[in-house]
Design a protein around this ligand. Structure first.
Ligand SMILES: [Zn+2]
Length: 345
């Protein structure tokens, strides 16, 4: 089993072209941070981290995507903890429906100007306080967002696509880009427990996606290549990619936060990815993920899905700080361990 601290050696064993492609994409650096533990702290350090040597010389793996600037720092002390399957979370708080507005969407949520799009397991609503001019919700029939069925997920996505089509028909102006997202529970930024996705249609690319699109364009012109295909190839070469149907799942080398998966799909509509997304979410929940962010958008002729773990619902500290906001992401989950957990099926 590989681990992130073995990546340099792993890359060194690759055939020349694969190694060159990795080096084209990533700047990889290993460094050691040193410190001295006072005698009084030794018992605690041994109990907490296993061995004092590991703490006094900490290996840091830095991976930076040369084109997008995505940059992640992995500390071996953190990444060596195993990713273990945990029993699914059951918080009684997730079952309290009495005051839930989304359990009664017809009377408790606004409609879009063109009305509601109704699915078998969900319905759309206007968002009462919009992020952007074209911003609505898919409200699931199921209150508890951690209860997911394949048929339901396909219905949520197909309802989202039908909403987007309705917006395109209703909207006069430039072409629209869809951006669907699912903030699952409070750690993921959701203000309401009841399961819902958010639907956005924007005439202008959102800034982060515009930057990514520009990086892809620069890459494709510079190397007469296909950025997304090559990004997939790099992950395949080191064992961090897996094909499922029309989707390729990447255990991403520069995750935005813990356990990030990036899925690239040739599907024309998002509901065509439902089988893969359902399978991935099930595996995610089996790992004990309680709160996540999922984003779906189109770029360079593909659908891209990004999925990230936002941590335990019991944690009071935020999982992001100034490093993540302004510098680079500090990551505790090893992509290779994630691959072992997610791709063993
Ligand atoms: Zn509810």
């Amino acid at each position: 089993m590989s681990q992130i601290t073995d990546l340099e050696e792993l890359v060194a064993t690759l055939p020349h072209d694969a190694r060159a492609l990795f080096d084209r994409f990533y700047r990889l650096e290993l460094a050691t941070g040193t410190l001295k533990i006072p005698a009084e702290m030794v018992p605690w350090v041994n109990a907490r981290f296993g061995a004092i040597e590991r703490v006094e010389a900490q290996r840091i793996v830095s991976i930076k995507n040369r084109f997008t600037g995505e940059h992640s720092l992995f500390n071996q002390l953190r990444t060596e903890r195993p990713i273990e399957a945990r029993s699914p979370v059951h918080l009684t708080e997730l079952d309290e429906k009495e005051h839930c507005l989304f359990c009664r969407p017809e009377t408790s949520t606004p409609t879009d100007a063109f009305g509601r799009i109704t699915g078998n397991y969900c319905v759309t609503a206007g968002n009462i306080a919009k992020y952007d001019a074209l911003h609505s919700l898919v409200i699931f029939k199921e209150h508890n967002p951690l209860i997911i069925q394949k048929e339901w997920l396909a219905d949520y996505l197909s309802t989202a696509e039908r909403w987007f089509e309705a917006v395109v028909r209703y909207h006069s102006g430039p072409a629209l880009h869809k951006f669907f997202l699912w903030n699952c529970l409070w750690r993921g930024g959701a203000s309401i427990i009841h399961g819902h996705m958010q639907l956005m249609a924007a005439s202008e690319r959102y800034g982060r996606l515009a930057a990514l699109e520009a990086a892809i364009g620069t890459y494709d012109r510079s190397f007469n290549g296909d950025y997304l295909a090559d990004l997939i190839a790099v992950h395949e070469h080191v064992g961090l990619a897996r094909q499922e149907g029309r989707e390729t799942i990447l255990c991403y080398l520069t995750p935005v936060k813990e356990k990030e998966l990036v899925i690239v799909s040739s599907a024309a509509r998002s509901e065509e990815m439902a089988e893969t997304l359902y399978a991935v979410l099930q595996r995610y929940l089996k790992l004990g993920v309680q709160s996540f962010n999922l984003a779906i958008f189109q770029l360079d002729g593909r659908h891209i899905v990004r999925l990230v773990d936002r941590g335990s619902l019991a944690d009071r500290n935020s999982d992001i700080g100034a490093m993540e906001l302004y510098a680079a992401t500090v990551i505790a989950s090893d992509p290779f361990k994630l691959a072992d957990a997610i791709m063993q099926y």
